[in-house]
Design a protein around this ligand. Structure first.
Ligand SMILES: Cc1cc2nc3c(=O)[nH]c(=O)nc-3n(C[C@H](O)[C@H](O)[C@H](O)COP(=O)(O)OP(=O)(O)OC[C@H]3O[C@@H](n4cnc5c(N)ncnc54)[C@H](O)[C@@H]3O)c2cc1C
Length: 506
C-alpha cells in the first residue's frame, strides 16, 4: 500500500456522468480526480441519442459542440408505423433551442469529447484504477484504490461522487438500498448497430418506429450509414439465447413486428441483450458521498434518456458541489440536488414503465398510439424540465408574464449567476440602478435593452422584472424592482456570504 493522496473531490467512474461532474468542477477551479477501472476508453456506441437539452448543456460546459454535432447524424423526423401502415410523422425540431434537433452519435464519441474538454482543463482520467472500500468521516472520505498490477493506495477527499454505472460498489458499500421500481418479467429487448434493408428506402435523418402484435421495433439513423435497431417484445418463454445477439436473430424478431415484408440486417457492429431494469437508489446523498447517473437510478432504455438524464444530474450537481467545496457555500445547497433530480427520475421511471407496457400490447390501438406519441414528444427534448418545488426556487411575482422561477431560461449562459433585468414597456432607470447597486460580485448583470432576452424567454412584463439565473440556466429567483433587497438575501441563503477572495476583486 502506498501513501495518502488528497483531493477536494474524488469522482469514481469516467462515463458521461463522471466526466460531466469533473468538467463542471475543473472549470470552476475546484481540484478533483477521476478514477476509472477500465484501462482504455470504451469503444461501444450504446447511449447514442443525444437530446436538445443535453446539447445545450455540452455547449455551456465549453465543448466544441459544432465539431461534435458534425460527427453525428441529425434526427429530423420520426415516422410511426402500425401493423405495417404508416400512421404519422413527427417533426423533431425544437425551434426554441439553439440546437433544434436531437443528435445520434456513439456514446464513445460523447465520452471522447468530454474527456478532451477535461484534459484541456488540466485533469487527466486515472485509468486502470478501481475504487474499493469507502469510509466516511466528518470532514471527508477515505477510499482504497486498486491499481493495475495489484498495487493499492489510499486517497482522501473532502467529497466523493459515485458515477460508476448501475453496479455501484460505493452505493452498496454505504448500505444505500437499490430498489426495484418494476420487474419487467417476460419482456426482452435486443439492440444492434447494423445496415438495415427494408422494402422501402430509409432517409439518413429519419427514424422509424414500428408497432405490431406484442412488441415494437425502432431504427434510428447512425452517422456511418448503419442504424441503431432495437426490438422489444413479449417473450414469455426464455429462448435460452446467451451472448450477444446475431443480426439474423434480430432480423427474425423484427420481421413479424414491422409487418412490411422482408427485413435484412448486415454489417452488425455492436449488439446487446439489454437487461430491462427500472431501479433507483433510496438516497442520492449520504453525508459526503453523492450518487449520480446510473448509480442513482437506471431506466430500461426505451426512451433513450439514461445518459441524457445522467449528464443533467451531473450538470445540476457540478455547480453546487463547486460552490460548497470551492467557495464555502452551505452544505444544504447539496440537498437541493436530490430535491430537484429525484422527481425527474421518478417521472421518467413511470413513463418508461407506461411506454414498455404500451409498446408490447397484443393489439395496439391507432388513436391511443398517436396520443401517446403527442404526449411524449415534448418530454423527450428535456427542455421543459423544471424545479417548481425546489428549495432554491422563489417566485415573487407569481404571474405568467414570463417563465416562472424553476424553469429553464432559454439562452446561452456562461455557468455563472446572472441577473437578467427585463425593463418592460416603462423602464424605470433609477429602480434598475438601485437593483444593481452593490450587487453580489458572484453575479453578472444583463439589462435586456433591445428586448432580445425577453423574446427568447417569451416574457412580456408590464413593469421591470428580474430573473436571477443559476449557473445551470434555471431561474432561481424572479421578482420586480420592489424586491431588490431579496436578491442579496436569496444569494446569502443559497451561497453563504461572499468569500473574501471575491470581495476584494469586486
Ligand atoms: C444498449 C443501450 C442503449 C442505450 N441508449 C441510450 C440512448 O440512446 N440515450 C441515452 O441517454 N441513454 C442510453 N442508454 C443508457 C446510457 O448508456 C447510460 O445511462 C449511461 O452510460 C450512464 O452513464 P454513467 O456515467 O452513469 O455510467 P456508465 O456509463 O456505466 O459509466 C460508469 C463508469 O464507471 C466505471 N466504474 C465502475 N466501477 C468502478 C470502480 N469501482 N472504480 C472506478 N471506475 C468504476 C465503469 O468502468 C464505467 O466506465 C443506453 C444503454 C444501453 C445499454
Amino acid at each position: 500500500m502506498s501513501g495518502l493522496m488528497e483531493t477536494e473531490v474524488l469522482i469514481v467512474g469516467a462515463g458521461p456522468v463522471g466526466l460531466t461532474v469533473a468538467v463542471e468542477l475543473a472549470r470552476r477551479g475546484v481540484p478533483c480526480r477521476v478514477v476509472e477501472e477500465a484501462p482504455a476508453p470504451r469503444e461501444s456506441t450504446r447511449g447514442c441519442t443525444v437530446y436538445q437539452r443535453t446539447l445545450e448543456v455540452f455547449e455551456a460546459m465549453g465543448l466544441p459542440v459544432d465539431d461534435y454535432v458534425a460527427e453525428g447524424a441529425r434526427m429530423a423526423r420520426r415516422v410511426y408505423h402500425l401493423f405495417g401502415e404508416r400512421i404519422g410523422t413527427v417533426d423533431m425540431a425544437e425551434p426554441r433551442s439553439a440546437h433544434p434537433y436531437p443528435l445520434v452519435v456513439g456514446q464513445n464519441v460523447t465520452e471522447r469529447y468530454l474527456e478532451r474538454r477535461l484534459a484541456d482543463l488540466g485533469v487527466l482520467v486515472q485509468r486502470g484504477t478501481s475504487a474499493g472500500a469507502v469510509t466516511q468521516e466528518n470532514d471527508g472520505v477515505t477510499v482504497v484504490l486498486h491499481h493495475e498490477g495489484g498495487r493499492r493506495s489510499i486517497i482522501r477527499a473532502a467529497w466523493l461522487v459515485a458515477a460508476q454505472g448501475a453496479a455501484s460498489g460505493v452505493r452498496d458499500s454505504l448500505g444505500i438500498a437499490w430498489r426495484e421500481w418494476r420487474r419487467f418479467t417476460g419482456l426482452r429487448m435486443l439492440q444492434i448497430d447494423a445496415r438495415v434493408r427494408l422494402p422501402f428506402g430509409l432517409e439518413p435523418d429519419e427514424a422509424h418506429l414500428f408497432f405490431g402484435a406484442g412488441g415494437h421495433v425502432g431504427c434510428v439513423p447512425l452517422p456511418d450509414g448503419r442504424h441503431r435497431v432495437f426490438v422489444v417484445r413479449q417473450s414469455l418463454e426464455d429462448a435460452g439465447e446467451r451472448g450477444d445477439p446475431r443480426p439474423a436473430e434480430i432480423a427474425a424478431a423484427m420481421e413479424g413486428l414491422c409487418g412490411v415484408g422482408e427485413v435484412g440486417l448486415t454489417e452488425g457492429r455492436f449488439a446487446w441483450r439489454v437487461r430491462l431494469q427500472n431501479r433507483f437508489a433510496e438516497r442520492m446523498r449520504a453525508g459526503r458521498v453523492l450518487l449520480a447517473g446510473d448509480s442513482a437510478r437506471v431506466f430500461a432504455p426505451v426512451h433513450a434518456q439514461g445518459m441524457n438524464t445522467g449528464v443533467q444530474d451531473a450538470f445540476n450537481l457540478g455547480w453546487k458541489l463547486a460552490a460548497v467545496a470551492g467557495e464555502g457555500a452551505p452544505e444544504t445547497l447539496l440537498d437541493s440536488y436530490e430535491a430537484e433530480r429525484r422527481p425527474v427520475a421518478e417521472e421518467l421511471l413511470a413513463r418508461t414503465e407506461r411506454s414498455l407496457d404500451f409498446g408490447v400490447q397484443e393489439s395496439p390501438d391507432r388513436d391511443a398510439l398517436l396520443g401517446a406519441i403527442a404526449v411524449n414528444r415534448p418530454k423527450r427534448t428535456q427542455l421543459a424540465i423544471d424545479y417548481p418545488d425546489s428549495p432554491l426556487t422563489r417566485d415573487l411575482l407569481g404571474d405568467d408574464a414570463g417563465p416562472r422561477a424553476g424553469r429553464r431560461a432559454p439562452g446561452r449562459w456562461d455557468g455563472r449567476w446572472t441577473l437578467l433585468v427585463l425593463p418592460g414597456p416603462r423602464p424605470d432607470r433609477r429602480g434598475i440602478g438601485r437593483l444593481m447597486t452593490g450587487l453580489d460580485p458572484r453575479v453578472d448583470v444583463i439589462v435586456d435593452v433591445d428586448g432580445e432576452a425577453s423574446s427568447a424567454l417569451n416574457a412580456a412584463p408590464d413593469a421591470p422584472a428580474f430573473h436571477l439565473i443559476r449557473p445551470d440556466g434555471h431561474i432561481g429567483l424572479r421578482g420586480g424592482l420592489e424586491h431588490a433587497a431579496q436578491v442579496a438575501a436569496y444569494l446569502d441563503t443559497v451561497l453563504g456570504p461572499v468569500p473574501p477572495r471575491n470581495r476584494s476583486t469586486a
